[in-house]
Write a protein that binds this ligand. Structure first.
Ligand SMILES: *[C@@H]1O[C@H](CO)[C@@H](O)[C@H](O)[C@H]1NC(C)=O
Ligand SMILES: *[C@@H]1O[C@H](CO)[C@@H](O)[C@H](O)[C@H]1NC(C)=O
Length: 398
């Protein structure tokens, strides 16, 4: 009896742990549940370590991720090296086949909520390797300082310095890159940094090379309204929950968790900054179908204490959606991927709308059965599908 009860309790606990409600039309659901459960084990261990005061949550998760890093290894098609651009570590992927002409150049920025990941992470290594091979492009996959050790603007500045280094004429020449065919790309927090440095670059008189394209894969683009419809719908979205996203955003600016608490209440923007809400107003910036079932309520203004201490969350370099129309109108050809089951969906949708209103040429792919992280889930059909779309767009436009 005792043993049966114990077995029953164990089965229930395991089932409860593994149970992950997924939206109905997601492909390969069991494979995904297995992936999510594995991730959850590490994340729960990281939470316990944090509760016990042993280690910062993000630092523990990053430790687990380090186990998935691979050294820079060339294969039959691509030469891979680790080096530094302006003291920022980068991994470069160079096709081996002979080329009569100069090549495309793609500067890639990995995701991980400004806290996690690296160019050496096997999934980013593989992505950059495939990109270099398929596009016959020089791919520079950059690292940057991560929270909690470093906060905004360090992430932005690292990426910007490495990019500026790459865009120098003699550097492009050394790698055989055509200065008229250089693009920037990134996913998630990397998409945030890609959008931010692209905006910065068009205002930088010292940089002569112009970007041809920017490609943003489910980018995070604003930290002012953490209660968009996609956040409201997001509690059952796989991989990235609304609360984890609030944690990532607040960690970008500070380890002080009062910012995260205010963000979760959507009360972190001070009264003197409410004019910025117009740039993230989903009531005016989302297409009708994504507004359905939601009533617009602008965020509640909070005290100005937080923004005095951590002004970064109101900075356009952290929130590219805050750029004015004039800045936006000078942006290069843009590719944006959004996923239906992603808390960052509405950030991307609003940027598409704002860029189009400013006259920028935008190609927008909305993945109806997509979710956050799907782009780099190698071995999943959905990753294959999204990467193919992304690569064929770059093939045509870069
Ligand atoms: C190298 O390219 C060839 C031809 O496209 C392909 O068949 C092979 O799988 C590639 N090798 C690797 C390691 O990707
Ligand atoms: C948001 O947009 C709606 C509809 O265009 C408008 O009525 C509302 O005043 C706007 N709110 C803010 C804070 O910009």
């Amino acid at each position: 009896m005792g043993r049966t009860t114990l077995l029953l309790i164990t089965v229930v606990l395991v089932a409860y742990y593994v149970y992950t409600p997924l939206p109905g039309d997601i492909e390969e659901p069991w494979k995904l549940i297995l992936e999510i459960t594995t991730g959850n084990i590490f994340r729960n261990l990281a939470s316990i370590a944090e509760l016990l005061g042993i280690n910062h949550y993000m630092s523990t998760v990053q430790l687990f991720l380090r186990l998935q890093e691979v050294p820079a290894t060339s294969d039959e098609n691509v030469t891979v090296i680790d080096t530094a651009f302006s003291s920022v570590p980068v991994r470069i992927f160079m096709p081996k086949r002979k080329s009569e002409t100069l090549r495309r150049g793609l500067f890639y920025i990995h995701g991980g909520g400004w806290c996690l990941g690296s160019a050496a992470l096997s999934l980013y290594d593989l992505l950059a390797r495939n990109t270099a091979d398929r596009l016959d492009a020089i791919v520079v996959s950059t690292d940057y300082g991560l929270a909690p050790k470093f906060h905004f603007p360090r992430q932005f500045e690292d990426v910007y310095s490495a990019l500026r280094w790459f865009l120098q004429e003699d550097v492009l020449e050394r790698y055989g890159v055509d200065p008229r065919r250089v693009g920037v790309a990134g996913d998630s927090a990397g998409g945030n940094l890609a959008a931010a440095v692209t905006q910065q670059l068009i205002q930088d008189p010292d940089v002569k090379t112009k970007l041809k394209v920017q490609a943003l894969v489910y980018p995070a683009l604003q930290a002012l309204d953490i209660n968009l419809p996609s956040y409201q719908e997001g509690s059952y979205f796989p991989i990235l929950s609304p609360s984890l996203m609030a944690r990532f955003w607040s960690e970008y600016f500070t380890t002080d968790r009062t910012l995260e608490k205010a963000m979760l209440l959507n009360q972190h923007v001070p009264l003197e900054s409410i004019h910025l809400f117009q740039f993230v107003n989903w009531s005016s910036l989302l297409p009708e179908r994504y507004k359905k079932g939601h009533v617009y309520k602008s965020p509640t203004p909070g005290s100005s204490e937080l923004s005095k201490k951590y002004p970064g969350f109101l900075d356009v370099k952290a929130c590219p959606l805050l750029a004015n129309d004039n800045t936006l109108s000078h942006l290069p050809l843009t590719y944006i991927i959004t996923c239906q089951y992603d808390v960052l969906r509405d950030d991307g949708l609003m940027y598409v709308m704002r860029l189009q209103n400013a006259g920028v040429h935008v190609t927008h792919h909305h993945i109806e059965d997509g979710f956050h992280g799907a782009f780099t889930l190698h071995g999943f059909k959905i990753a294959h599908r999204i990467q193919n779309q992304y690569l064929s767009w770059l093939m045509k436009n870069l």
